[in-house]
Write a protein of this length. Structure first.
Length: 127
């Protein structure tokens, strides 16, 4: 979710997987649901924003293999026409902020793969 060169990141609750780390709205695909249905649901649940399929721009799908699991990460972008108020789900996230790609990339407490994702989608030149 991007507006004027900034996008929203969410700070996970400490008791969640990747707790106390910053990430994007995301979640698991439920049986019988598509990636598009999932991202729309997750954006609504995690930010309060009701996205339409027309707004979602597919950026690509990447796979990361971590020691504990393999993660498939289809990635979408929404270019917002106006700033929006974020309504967090307090069971999942404790804070949000709007950041530039460079500000985000400089952060140390990002979820696994986030630095790499910023490079893969072209926000940051590969280091």
């Amino acid at each position: 979710m991007e507006h004027e060169g900034r996008f929203v990141i969410l700070l996970r609750q400490p008791d969640k997987t990747q707790g106390s780390k910053w990430g994007l709205p995301a979640g698991k695909v439920e049986a019988g649901h598509s990636d598009l249905e999932t991202i729309k649901r997750e954006i609504k649940e995690e930010t309060g924003y009701e996205a339409s399929e027309e707004e979602l721009e597919f950026l690509g799908e990447w796979v990361w293999k971590f020691p504990e699991k393999t993660v498939e990460f289809p990635t979408y972008k929404i270019m917002l026409k106006r700033p929006i108020d974020i309504t967090l789900n307090p069971e999942e996230h404790q804070e949000y902020k709007w950041v530039t790609p460079e500000e985000c990339y400089a952060m140390k407490n990002l979820i696994h793969g986030f630095h790499d994702l910023l490079e893969r989608v072209g926000y940051i030149k590969k280091q």
